[in-house]
Ligand binder design. Structure first.
Ligand code: GLV
Ligand code: MN
Length: 209
């Protein structure tokens, strides 16, 4: 059966678009590594490939709030083009890392000490949860909403997360929804509630100036 002009057009778009939809990580680079503009390559040494920003956390007093310390290409420019990054996650007893997503990366969490309840929701709205012990790993698939909770009464927990992107990005569900001036009526309709309830929720997430 002969294809119509429209069918041929859509087929052509599909063929052109397919390779792009199959690329799921950071773009490949055409050099060994990427240096900031203006860098004199002859002066490059191991310092450029070293990040010491996590050192202060070693043997430090645990924080009193949930704390993320990142090593992305922003903090550690040598990661540009390498499709990897880290975050160190510190959870005081009872603290939560609220539901969020990373639009550009899978996250592989390694619990170094403590216990954590973790979970993510897939695109069919199925919730997957687990209780992790020190030494366990858990993978949060790319782009899916996930959280962690230190359910211990007294003990803090610490995890190291690796990301498959030098710039994974983080979209926090509570602050994206309630801290960005989305119209109260729209939120009330979306959450099947009233404007008063939405305004109460918004009080916890003042929009950034
Ligand atoms: C933990 O899930 C994090 O991305 O900070
Ligand atoms: Mn995460």
């Amino acid at each position: 059966m002969a294809l119509t002009v429209e069918q041929r057009f859509f087929l052509a778009i599909l063929v052109i678009a397919f390779p792009f939809s199959a690329i799921s990580g950071d773009p490949d680079i055409l050099s060994d590594f990427v240096v900031p503009p203006g860098t004199n390559n002859t002066l490059l040494d191991g310092n450029f490939f070293t990040y010491t920003g996590i050192r202060p956390l070693v043997n430090s007093t645990p924080p009193t709030n949930f704390t993320v310390t990142k090593a992305t290409m922003v903090e550690f420019p040598a990661l540009n083009g390498q499709s990897v990054s880290y975050a160190v996650l510190q959870y005081p007893a009872g603290s939560v890392n609220p539901p969020h997503t990373h639009p550009r990366a899978t996250e592989l969490l390694f619990l170094t000490y403590g216990i954590l309840e973790v979970g993510f929701v897939d695109t069919t709205n199925k919730l997957f949860t687990q209780r992790l012990e020190a030494g366990d790993m858990f993978v949060f698939p790319k782009g899916l909403v996930h959280y962690q909770f230190n359910c211990a009464d007294n003990d803090s927990a610490m995890a190291i997360s690796a990301f498959g992107s030098a710039a994974a990005g983080t979209v926090s569900v509570p602050s994206t929804v309630f801290g960005t001036n989305i119209d109260d009526d729209i939120l009330a309709k979306s959450f099947k509630t009233d404007v008063y309830t939405i305004q109460k929720l918004k009080e916890g997430f003042p929009p950034k100036a």
